[in-house]
Design a binder for this molecule. Sequence first.
Ligand SMILES: [Zn+2]
Length: 70
Amino acid sequence: MIRLDSITHNHLGLHCEMCGHNSLLAVKMLIERLGHEINVHNAVKTLKCSSCGAKGKASFVITYVVNAKR
Ligand SMILES: [Zn+2]
């Protein structure tokens, strides 16, 4: 299982299985909401689709944002 704190600088590409809506979410934002010890799977389950409102129906890919320097 991948914990959020091992991918802090990445994004999640989310795809809603119900309506096909795609979105991109910074892992950092998830950590602020849910804490960093949760794993990606459980974090995604708490998310609601901003388009159709379905909860926990998204599939995800971990996206590496190469240009995100800090
Ligand atoms: Zn949806």
